[in-house]
Design a protein around this ligand. Structure first.
Ligand code: BGC
Length: 456
C-alpha cells in the first residue's frame, strides 16, 4: 500500500517536471500561431513559477486545515483543468491564466505530496520513498523533452499541453483509493481513524500500536503550541528554517534550471551549431538527470544526507568551473569536454542536490509547524527558481557564459560550507527524534544517526 501511495503522490512530481519542461519545446510552435513580444512571452513562461510561489505560500495552512489527501485532490483537479484550458486557448491572456492555475497546483502539490509520503512512510525507507517524488520530476522533464522530439507539427503545441491533463486525472482517481496521513489524523485528534489508516498502510496483521503511540505522544506534547509562521522564528525552530530554505536557495543557485530550461542555448554557446545536436544533447541531459536520480534513491538511506550533499556540491562546482575554463579557452579544450562536463554536472546534481532538499524539508520541521515550514522552503524553491530562469538570459548577454557559471560554482562551494556548518544528519532517525533533538536546543547540526546496537 505504501508503494502505491508513494507512486500516486509522485504523479504530482511528474506534473511539476512536465509543466517546467513543456514550454521550452512548445514555445517555438506556439509562437507561429500566437506571436508574442519578449515581455509577454517571458511573462507567459514565468507564470508557472509565479503561480507556484503563491500556491506554496498558501499550501501550509490549507493542508494543515483540510488534510493532505483532500488538498492533493483539489490540486489534481486544477492540473487537469489548467492543462485543458491551455490546450484550448484562443488568446494569449488565456494561456497566461491557465499557466498561473497550473503553477498554483504545482506549488500546492510540491508542499503537500512529499509531506504526505513522508508522514505515511515507514522509517527505514522514508528517504527513498520521498525521493520517488524527485524521480517523478525528472521523469516529467524527460517526457516533455521527448514530446518535443515526437510532436513537431504546426499547431501540435495544443497536444503537448493537453497531454498534461492525463496524469492530472490519473492522480485524482488514485487519490480516491488512498487513506489520509495518519500523522495528520492524530493532529486533528482522530486516533481511531489514524489507527485504521496506519493499519491500511502497513498491511493487515502488522502491529501498528508502537508507531501510533509515538505519533500520539509527540502530538500531545505539542498540544497548545503555536502552529503559525511566527513560530518558525522561535530560537529552537529557526535552525530548521535555515536548513530548509538554505538548501533550496543553494539548489536553485547551483544553476540547475539555467541548464534545464536553456540546455540547447548553452550547447550553442559552447560551439555546437547544429539544432539536431542541441536537441539530442538536451535529451541526454534529461536522461542522465532521470537515471542518476534512481541511483540517488538507492544511496540516500545508506550513505547519509551530509556526505551525499558534500559530494554533490563538489561535483557541481568542479564541472561548472571546467565548463567556464573550456568556454574561455576553446583552443585548449576540445568541444566534447563541455558536453561531458555538463552531463557530469547534471549527475552530481541529481545524486544529491536534486532530491535532498525535498527529502529533508519533509523531515526537519516539528509536526506543529511542518505545514508552514515546508511552505517557506517551497517559497525559497520557487522564488529562486523564478530568479535564475528570469536572469540567466540577461546574464548570458551581459557577462557571458563563463562568468555566469563561475558565479554558480562559487555558490556551490558555499553549499559545501553550509552543509558542514548547518545541515544535520537525518538518515535513520524518526521524525519524532529529529523533533526532540531540535527542541532540546542542542546545535541542530550535531544530530547523528545512533550507533547500531551491538550484537551481544
Ligand atoms: C528542482 C527543480 C529542477 C529539478 C531538476 C528539482 O529538485 O526543485 O527546480 O528543475 O530538480 O531535476
Amino acid at each position: 500500500m505504501i508503494y502505491f501511495l508513494a507512486s500516486i503522490a509522485a504523479i504530482a512530481g511528474f506534473l511539476f517536471g512536465y509543466d517546467e519542461g513543456v514550454i521550452a519545446v512548445a514555445r517555438p510552435l506556439l509562437e507561429k500561431d500566437f506571436p508574442m513580444t519578449p515581455l509577454v512571452g517571458g511573462f507567459m513562461t514565468a507564470a508557472v513559477p509565479l503561480g507556484a510561489l503563491v500556491g506554496a505560500s498558501l499550501a501550509g495552512r490549507i493542508t494543515d486545515r483540510y488534510g493532505r489527501r483532500r488538498v492533493l485532490m483539489a490540486a489534481a483537479a486544477l492540473f487537469a483543468v489548467g492543462a485543458l484550458i491551455a490546450a484550448g486557448m484562443t488568446a494569449t491572456w488565456i494561456l497566461v491564466a491557465a499557466r498561473l492555475v497550473l503553477g498554483l497546483a504545482i506549488g500546492v502539490a510540491a508542499v503537500t505530496a512529499p509531506l504526505y509520503i513522508a508522514e505515511a512512510a515507514p522509517l527505514a525507507i522514508r528517504g527513498a520513498l520521498v525521493s520517488t517524488y524527485q524521480l517523478a520530476i525528472t521523469f516529467g522533464i524527460l517526457v516533455s523533452y521527448l514530446s518535443g522530439l515526437v510532436i513537431t507539427g504546426d499547431g501540435d503545441w495544443r497536444a503537448m499541453f493537453a497531454l498534461g491533463a492525463v496524469p492530472g486525472v490519473l492522480f485524482l482517481i488514485g487519490l480516491i483509493f488512498l487513506p489520509e496521513s495518519p500523522r495528520w489524523l492524530v493532529l486533528r485528534g482522530w486516533s481511531d481513524k489514524a489507527r485504521s489508516s496506519l493499519q491500511h498502510l502497513r498491511g493487515a496483521g502488522t502491529p501498528v500500536e508502537p508507531e501510533l503511540d509515538e505519533i500520539v505522544r509527540t502530538a500531545r506534547a505539542e498540544a497548545g503550541q503555536k502552529h503559525s509562521y511566527a513560530a518558525l522564528l522561535a530560537p529552537t525552530i529557526r535552525p530548521a528554517l535555515i536548513v530548509g530554505m538554505g538548501l533550496f536557495f543553494l539548489q536553485q543557485l547551483s544553476g540547475i534550471n539555467a541548464v534545464i530550461y536553456y540546455a540547447p542555448e548553452i550547447f550553442h554557446h559552447a560551439g555546437f551549431d547544429s539544432g539536431k545536436t542541441q536537441v539530442l544533447a538536451t535529451i541526454g541531459v534529461g536522461t542522465v538527470n532521470f537515471v542518476t536520480t534512481i541511483l540517488a534513491m538507492y544511496l540516500i538511506d545508506r550513505m547519509g544526507r551530509r556526505p551525499l550533499l558534500v559530494l554533490g556540491f563538489v561535483g557541481t562546482a568542479a564541472t561548472m568551473l571546467l565548463i567556464a575554463f573550456a568556454v574561455l579557452n576553446p583552443a585548449l579544450v576540445p568541444d566534447w569536454v563541455v558536453i561531458v562536463a555538463l552531463l557530469l554536472y547534471i549527475a552530481s546534481f541529481a545524486i544529491s542536490i536534486g532530491p535532498l532538499p525535498h527529502v529533508m524539508m519533509s523531515e526537519i520541521f516539528p509536526l506543529n509547524v511542518r505545514g508552514p515550514g515546508m511552505s517557506m522552503a517551497s517559497i525559497s524553491n520557487w522564488g529562486f527558481n523564478f530568479l535564475v530562469v528570469f536572469a540567466f538570459p540577461l546574464m548570458l548577454a551581459g557577462v557571458g557564459l563563463a562568468f555566469t557559471f563561475t558565479i554558480f560554482a562559487i555558490i556551490c562551494i558555499g553549499g559545501i560550507l553550509f552543509t558542514l556548518a548547518r545541515v544535520p544528519e537525518t538518515t535513520g532517525i524518526s521524525l519524532e527524534a529529529i523533533e526532540a533533538h531540535l527542541k532540546s536546543g542542542r546545535p541542530f547540526v550535531s544530530l547523528r544517526r545512533p550507533a547500531p546496537a551491538s550484537a551481544t
